[in-house]
Each structure stands twice: as C-alpha cells, then as structure tokens.
Design a protein around this ligand. Structure first.
Ligand code: BGC
Ligand code: CA
Length: 342
C-alpha cells in the first residue's frame, strides 16, 4: 500500500512538473501547429486595487480571447525586481514585453533591455518620465491615459458640486479648505491629477486652502485610512473637501470618517465597483472612470499586431499620438450616472 502510494506520489509530481513546464515554457504551439504568441508581463504591485482588481484580470481575459499566452508577475513595488523579471522573460524568449513600470523615471533601463534583445515592448499605466526615453527604440509604445484629464474632470465635478451646495463652505469664508491624498510621488497620474483638480477651482474663481497633502507610493486604502484619521484629529471640522487621486485611498478616507461619525465630501478616480457602491450609498460624491479594461484591451491588441509583424494599431480603433501612446479617455462618474458603470 505504502509503495503504491509513493509511486502515485511520484507520478503526480512528474505530471505536475510536465504540466508546469508546459505552462511556463514560452515556445508552445497551438493545435494548428502555429507558434503561440507569448507575452511577458508584470504588474508593479499586486497590492494595488486598480492594477490587480481591474487591469490584471482584463489582460488575462483579452489574451485568452485573442488566443495568446500571457505570464503576469508581481514586481512588489521594486524596480530592481522588475529589472530581473525582464531579464528572465528575455531569457525565456518571450515574443512581447508588456511592462507596468515601478519607477517611471527608470523606463530607459527597461527600454534598453528590450532593444538589446530586439523584443517589442508595450509600457502601460505608468508613463515614462525620462525625456527622450520613448525615442530610444522604434519598437516601444505606451498604453495609458492623458493623465491631466482625470484631474480636469474631477475638478469640474467638485466645482459644480461646491457651487450647488452653499453649506459645504462650513466656516463661510468663501474658500475651500481641502486635504488631498496624492498617491505615488513622481507618477505622472498622481502629479497631474493633483495639479489639475485644484486648478479647476482657480479657473472658476473659487479660492482654495490646502490644509494637508500626503503622498503614498502604494496608493493604498490603509494609507488613506491612517492619513485621514490623523487629519480628522488635527483639523477636525475645518476640512471641507477630501480630494483623492484614486478610489483606493478614498475608501480609506471614508472608513476613517465613518469611524469618527463624520461625513465630508470626497472624490476619487478609477470608478472601482466599491466606489460605485459608495456613491449609491451617498458616502462618496464622485469618481472618474479610469478605463482599465480598455487599457488592457489596447495592450493585447497592440501586442498581437506587433507579434504578427503588423502595424501596432492596424485593424483596431486605437490611435497613437506623437509620443507613440494610446490614451484611453476618462469619464466623469457622478451620483446621476454611476449606475451606467455597474
Ligand atoms: C490609478 C491608481 C493606481 C495607479 C498605479 C493609476 O492610474 O488611478 O489607482 O494605483 O495607476 O500605477
Ligand atoms: Ca471654507
């Protein structure tokens, strides 16, 4: 009996190894005998609500639908780890690299690696911030958004609501006393959203006063919760508006407010399912759809085209701008239209 068990165990292990080898090996063939396209991809941090909750599953879904293989690894918010992961993908001979930078100021390192290996590269979600990085290689493209638009849309929503609700100016000084949860410093989305959301008040002639602003490299709910709790303790009733550069941090802020039994207007970006629920419950005033599904679709569409030696946007509805970027539009999500996004 024992012997039978151990034989079975060995057999299971062998099968598992064979199974794994088939799973991991990049050079697989389809039923038709054509070589299967393999994409080596990463997410900068699996702990990120938006990247792991929306983009990653959509990448898998669209890759499946297109009949291509995608291996997605977690870079755990460490650029060094990502550099190693890219080396491994190159060693495996993947057909395409789809990379979510950890540090947008380290794009050239990744682009150089792809170029040396002559493997096409699609960067997504975090745009390279180094001057000239995208011009280093003719086979690198970017898929993301026009970062400033999220701030502009969020800002317009907040201005309209502020104007419509005279009681939001709690101290009646005509100024907006706000706190802002920023997200990752140096990330083009975090920087642009911070700038443009506040600029909307300037443009409307409404003075603002920043009580506090906090960066968070993880854009996280826990960070938002901690910060908001601290701010409520130090500023209490003087906070009139909570601006969040993503929904994840807004969820934390909402939680901190609930714990203290207060409710202050709060806005996010992403339009995650939970944000739509908070809007439905009157706990959140608005968000901006960051269309991660279509960003994932664009990554797969471009990858498949390029791997087949075609123009990256051939046969798609995407367009590339002067810096080889596909920019998926943002959309305002308010208490009036949130149900359309469910
Ligand atoms: C999203 C954030 C996310 C970040 C990650 C942004 O576009 O709005 O929720 O944390 O990307 O890079
Ligand atoms: Ca005020």
């Amino acid at each position: 009996m024992k012997k039978l068990l151990s034989v079975m165990l060995v057999l299971t292990m062998v099968l598992a190894i064979v199974g794994c080898a088939k799973e991991e090996g990049p050079e697989t063939t389809t039923d038709q005998g054509a070589k299967e396209i393999v994409i080596g991809a990463n997410i900068y941090n699996f702990g990120d609500n938006f990247m792991n909750g929306v983009v990653s599953p959509a990448l898998k879904e669209y890759a499946d639908a297109a009949g291509v293989k995608i291996n997605i690894v977690d870079s755990e918010n460490q650029q060094n780890k990502l550099n190693d992961q890219v080396d491994i993908f190159i060693g495996q001979g993947v057909d395409i690299l789809a990379i979510n930078l950890v540090d947008p100021a380290s794009a050239s390192t990744i682009i150089q690696k792809a170029k040396d290996a002559n493997i096409p590269l699609i960067l997504f979600n975090k745009e390279a911030t180094e001057e000239g990085a995208m011009a280093m290689y003719d086979k690198v493209w970017y898929v993301g958004t026009a970062s400033a638009d999220a701030g502009i849309i969020q800002g317009d929503m907040m201005v309209n609501d502020w104007k419509a609700n005279a009681n939001w100016d709690k101290n009646g000084d005509g100024k907006v006393q706000y706190v802002l949860l920023k997200g990752e410093p140096g990330h083009p989305d975090a920087e642009a959203r911070t700038e443009y959301s506040v600029k909307a008040f300037d443009a409307a002639g409404i003075p603002v006063e920043e009580l506090a602003m906090q960066p968070d490299p993880n854009w996280s709910t826990d960070g938002g919760n901690d910060k908001m709790a601290t701010w409520l303790a130090s500023f209490g009733d003087s906070i009139e508006l909570v601006i969040c550069n993503n929904d994840g941090m807004a969820f934390g802020a909402i939680n901190a407010m609930k714990e203290q039994g207060v409710s202050i207007p709060v806005y996010g970006v992403d339009a995650l399912e939970q944000a739509l629920n908070h809007i439905a419950d009157g706990e959140m005033n608005g968000t901006v759809l960051n269309d991660g599904k279509n960003q994932a679709k664009a990554v797969i569409d471009l990858s498949v085209n390029v791997a087949n030696g075609k123009d990256p946007i051939e046969g798609t509805s995407w367009s590339l701008d002067e810096v080889k970027a596909v920019r998926v539009p943002y959309v305002a999500v308010t208490p009036k239209n949130y149900a359309d996004f469910k």
